[in-house]
Design a protein around this ligand. Sequence first.
Ligand SMILES: Cc1cc2nc3c(=O)[nH]c(=O)nc-3n(C[C@H](O)[C@H](O)[C@H](O)COP(=O)(O)OP(=O)(O)OC[C@H]3O[C@@H](n4cnc5c(N)ncnc54)[C@H](O)[C@@H]3O)c2cc1C
Length: 479
Amino acid sequence: MTRIVIIGGGPGGYEAALVAAQLGAEVTVVDCDGLGGASVLTDCVPSKTLIATAEVMTTFDSSYEELGIIVADDTPPLEQSARVVGVDLGKVNRRVKRLALAQSHDITASVTRAGARVLRGRGRIEPAQAPDGSRTVTVQAVDGTEETLAADAVLIATGAHPREIPDALPDGELILNWTQVYDLDELPAELIVVGSGVTGAEFAGAYQALGSKVTLVSSRDRVLPGEDPDAAAVLEDVFRRRGMNVMARSRAASAKRVGDRVEVTLADGRVIFGTHCLMAVGSIPNTARLGLEEAGVKLEESGHIWTDKVSRTSAPGVYAAGDCTGVLALASVAAMQGRIAMYHVLGDAVTPLNLKAVSANVFTDPEIATVGYTQADVDSGKIDARVVKLPLLRNARAKMQGIRDGFVKLFCRPGTGIVVGGVVVAPRASELIHPIAVAVDNNLTVAQIANTFTVYPSLSGSIAEVARQLQTRKTQNEL
Ligand SMILES: Cc1cc2nc3c(=O)[nH]c(=O)nc-3n(C[C@H](O)[C@H](O)[C@H](O)COP(=O)(O)OP(=O)(O)OC[C@H]3O[C@@H](n4cnc5c(N)ncnc54)[C@H](O)[C@@H]3O)c2cc1C
């Protein structure tokens, strides 16, 4: 029986454990925090649970103006931008933590049911490979006791942790990283969010909706510098319209507590004040103190583990998956890398990692969902593609629902009409991107999308409409 030891129980590790156990291997998963990993305990699941409450708040905020709903019927006439509901953040955060823990328990139960052993502790790989090719992993439990495990293959799936700026270290009370915000009992009155990547933008939007006065400090020209520029522009407009102070080209140099407030100093000397500050300035891979380099595992300059398309590292018998590899920091990609590693180790049919059709979503309001080639790829000439963008304002369902912001954009090859990418900016764009992902993954053409019935009225009607416009060879400039 093939012995597999997995260090790290996030999506990269636990999905691999499930597959390997189902394929008959003897599997041990070692994790120091709990199965589900950072994804379930501090990152993806908690943030999306908080955002679920924020979404409802946004709906209420626009419900009177757009849809004529009166929530507090003893307070009319409601002023245009009056808040009609409030939020109990302590209660929201208790729910967030409860859901995260429950999900971690569910995952532990499925992994154990599948036949894998779960060990709580910190794992590291020993330098030497035995003559039979096996490896040794040492696990240190919380009480300091050590256990050694022999493995025919080791999967490293240790994830990443928040990057820190030395002069803006979190104190867990007023200066926070994204793992600490769920301990807040009261809504920050004035929140400064440092960093306007996906994490910064999601939290800035969520706290704004929950009722905080938010300042978003961005070192770049615009928010979401890595995303579709049209989508980022829509989001930035929405943020500003809702009263967020978006500070572009503003790099935070330090953050410190001054009494019961926080003072953030920018690199150009300007100083801004708030009651709380959330640092969202990227992640560092958890690849230190694992014995990796001593075991022959090559690390990139950034500290990420180098892997090939079947998740092999440079050391025989050692595989890696997820955020520690820096391939694409998404739970879905981590899980796929982990599964691929197991298929490869266990000699099952394996398809190398294909990032062409990865769908991703920014959980702001509106959401921004993307798949395939991007506008930047088209603009830089990396791919020859035609582009059409259709604002949702023209969509009948959007009008009925009071949706003003957003669009659908498709990219297709000029000759064949094969769909190579798409962007949806809309409420629940994460659900709307799937037909485009199916098209990209299966080389479907704009004609096939255009000729497929959509429900009338529906937001997905705009996807078919964009495809029709591409089919009739209109270019973005002609619109
Ligand atoms: C705020 C935020 C929101 C996000 N939202 C989304 C989202 O909506 N959708 C999405 O797809 N992605 C999202 N992501 C990204 C996603 O969380 C990561 O891509 C995913 O967690 C990566 O999974 P992983 O298995 O590599 O590692 P992780 O989930 O980080 O798990 C790694 C585990 O390994 C453990 N570990 C580390 N070192 C050791 C050791 N030596 N021994 C034993 N155990 C160890 C850690 O304690 C942890 O439990 C988000 C990220 C952040 C920061």
